[in-house]
Write a protein that binds this ligand. Structure first.
Ligand code: UDX
Length: 448
C-alpha cells in the first residue's frame, strides 16, 4: 500500500522504516527540512538499533522516500500516519497544536480521500477532534477523510523488534472499512511476511492480537498501559524504601512477586525511577485528562510524586557517603534515560548531574551513546568515552543508567584508578556482597 508518515522522530521513522521493510511504499515528511535533507542523504538522525540497516535497504529498494514538502508527502499516500510530537504544556496537558497543524495541511493538500491515522500519543477524544478539524479545514467543510487511532507500543532501543513482533495491534476506528485497511497495512506483520533484521531467522512465532476498538478506547489503551507500567515502577520503588527500613532485599521481593503471572516480573526494577519522553509526559497527560472529566486520578499523582523523589533519595545516599560534595570528583556512569538509547529527555541522570554541579562537585561523565547530546546541555561536565577514564581519580562512582557495559565493568581494574572505593548504584546492577568483597563501599536501592 502507499503510506505517508508525517513526523520523522523516533516513532515516525521506525514506523516508516518498518512498513517499508514489510513491503509498503512509504513517503515520510517532517517540518524540519534539515532532518529531511539528512535522511535523503542516507543519514539516520537518531540512534535506534537496526534502524539504519532497514532504512538503507528500503532506500535501495525504492520503498521509502522523504520530502520536505508536506503536500507532496500527503498526496503520495492512501493512508497517512500522524507521528508528530505531543509535548506537555506547563500544566501537564498534552500540547496538540502539531496535530492541529497537520490536520490543516492534510485537509488543504489532499486531492483524494485518505485514511488519517493518529499514531502520536494523544488524550482520549483527540480522534474526534481530528475528524472535526479535517472537516472544518476542508474546502466546503465536507471531509473526504476517515480517521483512525493506532497507538504505538514501541520501546526506545528495541523499537524495531517491537514493531515487527508486537503483543497487540490496536486499531480504533469509526467504520469497518478503516479496520479492513489497517488490517491490510499490518498483514505482513500479522502473517510474519517480512525480513526481520533483529532475530535473524529465530523470530518469535506468536501471533499478535489484532484488536478493533472505538477511537476513544484505542486512545485510552495507550495512556492506560503506559501509566500502569509507570505505576508498577513507582510501586517497586516504594517497596524498595520499605526493604531498606525493614532489612529485606528488594530484588528478592520483586523477583518472587513477578513469578505470579497476575503480576509479571517486568517493570519492577527499583532505583532512580523512570524517565524518557513517554512515561513522565503520559502520566501527566493522563492525570490531566482524568481531571478534565471530573475524575481525580490520585493513584497516578502518587506515581509521579514517588518517581520525582527517587532523585532526592539517590542524592541522600551520595551525601551520606561523601559527606561534603563540594570539590569532590564524581564519576557519573550513564546519561541516557535508559540503556540502548542516546535519548536524554527527562533522564534522571541529568537531574543528578545538575544538582551535583550546583553543589560544586567536579563531574566526570561517561555514556556509550549519549555524550554528544548531553554536551550542549551540560558544558561544565568533563566527558569521557572510556568509563575507566571517568573513574580515574574519582571520589565516588554513581551508576545512573543500566547499560550492559557498566553491568560488566571490571571493578578490580577500576579500583586502583579511583581516589576512593565508593560506588552508589542507582540501578542495582551489582551484588552488594561481591562489591564489598572487592573492597568497595557500596550503596544501592532496597538492599542491605
Ligand atoms: C515506553 C513504553 O514501554 C512503550 O510501550 C511506549 O510506547 C513508549 O514508552 P520507553 O519510554 O522507550 O517506552 O521506555 P521503557 O523501556 O518503557 O522504560 C521507561 C523508563 O522506566 C526508563 O527510564 C527505565 O529506566 C525505567 N524503568 C523501567 C525502571 O525504572 N524500572 C523498571 O523496572 C523498568
Amino acid at each position: 500500500m502507499r503510506l505517508s508518515v508525517i513526523g520523522c522522530g523516533y516513532v515516525g521513522l521506525v514506523t516508516g522504516a518498518c512498513f517499508a521493510a514489510a513491503g509498503h511504499e512509504v513517503t515520510c515528511t517532517d517540518i524540519d527540512a534539515e532532518r529531511i535533507r539528512r535522511l535523503q542523504a542516507g543519514e539516520v538522525p537518531i540512534y535506534e538499533q537496526h534502524l539504519e540497516e532497514i532504512l538503507s535497504s528500503a532506500r535501495k529498494d525504492g520503498r521509502i522516500s522523504y520530502s520536505a514538502d508536506a503536500g507532496e508527502a500527503i498526496r503520495a499516500g492512501d493512508a497517512i500516519f500522524i507521528c508528530v510530537g505531543t509535548p506537555p504544556k506547563e500544566s501537564g496537558e498534552a500540547d496538540l497544536s502539531a496535530i492541529d497543524q497537520v490536520a490543516r495541511q492534510i485537509a488543504e493538500q489532499a486531492r483524494s480521500p485518505k485514511l488519517v491515522i493518529e499514531k502520536s500519543t494523544v488524550p482520549a477524544r483527540t480522534g474526534l477532534e481530528l475528524r472535526r478539524a479535517l472537516a472544518a479545514y476542508s474546502s466546503g467543510g465536507k471531509s473526504a477523510f476517515r480517521v483512525a487511532s493506532n497507538p504505538e507500543f514501541l520501546r526506545e532501543g528495541t523499537a524495531v523488534g517491537d514493531f515487527f513482533h508486537p503483543d497487540r495491534i490496536v486499531v480504533g476506528v469509526e467504520e469497518e472499512s478503516a479496520a479492513a485497511d489497517l488490517r491490510e497495512i499490518y498483514r505482513p506483520i500479522l502473517e510474519h511476511k517480512f525480513h526481520c533484521p533483529v532475530h535473524q531467522g529465530s523470530c518469535p512465532t506468536s501471533q499478535p492480537a489484532f484488536l478493533v476498538t472505538t477511537i476513544n478506547s484505542a486512545e485510552l489503551i495507550k495512556h492506560a498501559s503506559n501509566s500502569f507500567l509507570a505505576l508498577k515502577i513507582s510501586y517497586a520503588n516504594v517497596i524498595s524504601d520499605l526493604c531498606e527500613r525493614i532489612g529485606a532485599d528488594v530484588k528478592e521481593v520483586t523477583h518472587a512477586m513477578g513469578l505470579d503471572p497476575r503480576i509479571g516480573g517486568q517493570f519492577l526494577s527499583a532505583g532512580l525511577g523512570f524517565g524518557g519522553f513517554c512515561f513522565p509526559k503520559d502520566v501527566q497527560a493522563f492525570i490531566h485528562l482524568a481531571a478534565s472529566v471530573g475524575v481525580d486520578f490520585d493513584l497516578l499523582k502518587a506515581t509521579e510524586r514517588v518517581n520525582k523523589q527517587r532523585i532526592d533519595r539517590f542524592l541522600e545516599k551520595v551525601h551520606k557517603a561523601l559527606w561534603v560534595v563540594k570539590g569532590k570528583h564524581v564519576a557519573v556512569l550513564g546519561l541516557a534515560f535508559k540503556a540502548n538509547t542516546d535519548d536524554i529527555r527527562f533522564a534522571p541522570a541529568l537531574e543528578v548531574v545538575k544538582r551535583l554541579l550546583e553543589e560544586g562537585a567536579m563531574v566526570h561523565a561517561t555514556d556509550p551513546e549519549a555524550i554528544s547530546r548531553t554536551k550542549a546541555l551540560l558544558p561544565k561536565v568533563t566527558y569521557h568515552e572510556d568509563p575507566y577514564e571517568a573513574l580515574r581519580g574519582a571520589d565516588a562512582a554513581l551508576i545512573c543508567t543500566e547499560w550492559d557495559v557498566f553491568r560488566h565493568l571490571d571493578w578490580k581494574r577500576a579500583k586502583p584508578l579511583m581516589a576512593r572505593s565508593l560506588v552508589v548504584d542507582g540501578r542495582n546492577l551489582y551484588s552488594p556482597k561481591h562489591m564489598r568483597e572487592l573492597g568497595f563501599e557500596y550503596h544501592s536501592f532496597g538492599r542491605a
